[in-house]
Design a protein. Structure first.
Length: 202
């Protein structure tokens, strides 16, 4: 957890910064599934007021990462096995639309630079790997032509960032091996991007 940022967040796009920091805290296990969010402590930790924390939590609730309970507060979502299976199913459908967007709108140079970025994903450990994959996926989402699809893709990848980081494996080496082979990683999309680039080159 020492790799988490400890400095105060800058007031530029503050709620967005808080949202991403909350996701990082969940992935690192600082905020655990089912745990109640303490707005006061989180605001102090991030050096912000409670408003941006509340706003970020509200946005993450809309994305299914936070659960709000009347008169009890907001809690980190605890994904069930059924929810995880559903997540994988919808991932297949959404990524099919992503590939169609790539084929139709992405120039060859962008496809190649994306593949190069994927090759440079950090594999030094499970947490670093998960973060690096998510950062890459977030940039992929930013290039999607259809903005509604882009929103859905980013929301989906945030869930996968959290879910894959929370699945337990025996040790760090096994965690990295599992992460690299797991269907939630980059390879399915990479293969389709390569195919799209090859089609464009014919």
């Amino acid at each position: 957890m020492n790799d988490l940022p400890t400095g105060k967040l800058r007031p530029v796009s503050l709620s967005d910064s808080v949202r991403e920091e909350l996701i990082s805290l969940i992935v690192a296990g600082v905020l655990k599934p089912g745990q109640r969010l303490n707005e006061v402590h989180l605001a102090e930790r991030l050096g912000v007021s409670r408003g941006p924390v509340r706003e970020a939590a509200r946005e993450l609730e809309g994305q299914g990462l936070i659960v709000s309970r009347p008169r009890l507060g907001s809690f980190v979502a605890d994904f069930t096995a059924t929810e995880i299976v559903d997540l994988y199913e919808i991932k297949i459908w959404i990524e099919q639309a992503l590939v169609e967007d790539v084929v139709r709108y992405w120039p060859q140079a962008l496809r190649r630079s994306t593949l190069a970025e994927i090759d440079g994903i950090d594999r030094s450990g499970k947490l670093a790997f998960s973060r690096s994959v998510f950062d890459c996926r977030r940039r992929i989402a930013s290039h999607i032509h259809n903005r509604y699809l882009s929103e859905h893709v980013l929301s989906l990848y945030r869930k996968f960032y959290v879910v894959t980081a929370l699945i337990d494996v025996p040790d760090e080496d096994a965690a990295l091996t599992w992460a690299e082979r797991h269907p939630a990683t980059q390879y399915a999309v990479v293969e389709e991007l390569v195919k799209a680039a090859e089609l464009d080159a014919v």
